[in-house]
Design a binder for this molecule. Structure first.
Ligand code: HEM
Length: 530
């Protein structure tokens, strides 16, 4: 009888391996497992007790067989080093994401195992500048199955989910919405929202949670920019708990992304489906209001819905709604994270703060208004501070993986042939801290490294906005927003940490859920006489 069970296990394992490789959907593999299980149970003498014993033995042996294969020299990724648990099961990756410190844990793994680490049964993490072009670049690889968890099953795919030709087509519309000319349209939006933040800080008598202010600022800007209307979070707070919803969704998607085959089951969990529904409703409501109400200026919606009529076929309302919601999700959290990290870094480094303050006061002497982009080319040191912040605290610290095509043979990255189907991460957090590319002191905040030629600097290894055809479409908008916001705040206030605030602990509260969630950043803002 044991022989039957072992044969059934070998048959199932072989079938699963050759037919499904790593499945995107549970139905097919489940059918194979259940059929084999049925056979095993029928071959037992049909008493309940023996049926259960054989079923249990079958499942245990199947799991053992898969585990042994994954650590064996026969596995295609056998030559790459990594922790045994990561080689055996995706649960290790899920647990890593759950804790929110996956970026740091992986960084430690790279220190231990070198530039290529096996972080999952079929996943590698590669910290090598060659991977930037060969994985993310124009002749690189498509997004991996990890991204499936970001797809709402009841909504059309948005830009971040699409791949290849459909991606390139949709990206054209996005690019039109973020040209320098389009960005000029958004300048007034940023200026209005930044002025509101100034007024709120003035009214607050100085003690503020800076992280909330930047969250609300970026959310309102993205709402104005994407849908022609903001959410008035700066003035009214987060009445609908949208920010919490976004953070919970980010956590949930980050954890389940490691097991794309379980996504549809996961989404049936009441807590998960509730957040998904809330997000979907949010996108739909914004879209309906924009579609009915129109806009007074050319917002992103104007370009995404091709109101100018430049395409043969206009995107559907539901497609534009998905992309509009993506703009808010992708653009608000990331920029807020960068701004919060920038101010934390400045206050931790008083010499840098002082030098930057001098630059702001010189460039905007005589009460000049920083809420225009005219003098941005003169903000050389602020630019360096922003780059240094994005280097040490990239708002997307690990980024999603790309996947080697099936059927096209191995893909060579950093001199190694990577087998078909492998997902490859190129984590900005570790790349940006690699002494081969940023020296000296790669883990220290030194904006001067961006300005002085005697430092080791490989800007190809600087990828806070990713790289290649699916890089961040909003990067110029983000830069513009950060320069305007930081300069006007620094012109108006002197910031310090609030009494009792544990600034050492703040980076520990940054959680890598694809984007980063952050803890409160308690500051004191002293008005400046200008
Ligand atoms: C400091 C701010 C920002 C950072 C660090 C950042 C970072 C990134 C990164 C790393 C990606 C690639 C993700 C991937 O490979 O899956 C990305 C994609 C994207 N970002 Fe940003 N982003 C920022 C701001 C913005 C803003 C302001 C917008 C909106 C205008 C935006 C819209 C998008 C979109 C739509 C994509 C998907 C692009 C595609 O798949 O073709 N981002 N961003």
């Amino acid at each position: 009888m044991l022989i039957d069970t072992v044969l059934a296990v070998l048959f199932t394992h072989g079938w699963l391996h050759f037919m499904f490789k790593e499945p995107r959907n549970i139905t097919g593999p489940l059918k194979v497992i259940l059929s084999a299980l049925l056979v095993v149970m029928i071959l037992s003498d049909l008493s309940i007790k023996f049926c259960l014993i054989h079923a249990g033995t079958y499942l245990l042996l199947l799991v053992t067989s898969v585990a042994i294969y994954r650590v064996s020299p026969f596995h295609p990724l056998a030559k790459f080093p990594g922790p045994v648990l990561n080689k055996i099961t995706k649960l290790a990756g899920m647990q890593n994401s759950w804790g929110g410190h996956g970026h740091r844990n992986n960084h430690e793994l790279h220190k231990k195992y070198g530039p290529i680490v096996r972080v999952g049964p079929n996943d590698l993490s590669i910290v090598d500048v060659d991977a930037v072009t060969s994985v993310l670049g124009a002749n690189g690889l498509p997004k991996g199955r990890y991204y499936d968890a970001r797809q709402d099953p009841n909504a059309p795919s948005n830009l971040i989910i699409l791949r290849e030709e459909p991606h390139a087509h949709r990206r054209r519309l996005w690019n039109r919405g973020l040209t320098p000319e389009a960005l000029r349209e958004y300048e007034a939006i940023i200026a209005k929202r930044a002025s509101q933040v100034i007024s709120q800080i003035q009214e607050s008598k100085g003690d503020i949670d800076f992280a909330s202010y930047v969250n609300y600022f970026t959310f309102d800007v993205m709402g104005d920019m994407a849908f022609g209307r903001g959410f008035n979070m700066i003035t009214e707070g987060d009445k609908d708990g949208l920010w919490d919803t976004l953070e919970r969704w980010a956590f949930s998607a980050a954890v389940i992304s490691h097991m794309p085959w379980a996504v549809r089951l996961w989404e049936k969990l009441p807590a998960v489906s509730h957040e998904l529904l809330k997000l979907r409703k949010f996108g739909f409501d914004c879209a309906m209001q924009r579609a009915k109400g129109g806009a007074t200026s050319k917002d992103l919606w104007y370009h995404l819905s091709d109101e100018a009529g430049l395409e043969k076929e206009k995107p559907t309302l539901r497609e534009v709604a998905s992309d509009g919601a993506l703009a808010v999700i992708a653009g608000a959290d990331t920029t807020a994270s960068a701004l919060a990290s920038l101010f934390w870094s400045l206050i931790r480094n008083p010499e840098v703060y002082k030098r930057l303050q001098n630059e702001i006061d010189t460039v905007y002497a005589d009460h000049a208004n920083p809420l225009s982009t005219e003098k941005h080319s003169k903000l050389v040191y602020l630019n360096a501070c922003i780059n240094e912040t994005l280097r040490l605290y990239p708002p997307v610290p690990t980024n999603g993986p790309r996947q080697v095509w099936y059927g096209a043979g191995p893909h060579v990255v950093a001199g190694s042939a990577i087998p078909e189907g492998t997902q490859i991460y190129v984590p900005p957090y570790s790349l940006h801290r690699d002494p081969r590319y940023f020296s000296p002191n790669p883990e220290t905040f030194i904006p001067e490294r961006w300005l002085e030629s005697d430092k080791t600097m490989n800007t190809l290894a600087f990828i806070p906005f990713s790289y290649g055809p699916a890089n961040c479409v909003g990067r110029q908008m983000a830069k513009q927003e950060m320069l305007m916001f930081a300069s006007v705040l620094l012109q108006n206030f002197t910031f310090s940490f609030a009494k009792g605030f544990d600034s050492d602990d703040w980076p520990n509260q940054m959680h890598d859920y694809f984007v980063t969630t952050r803890g409160p950043l308690l500051l004191h803002a002293e008005p400046r006489t200008i």
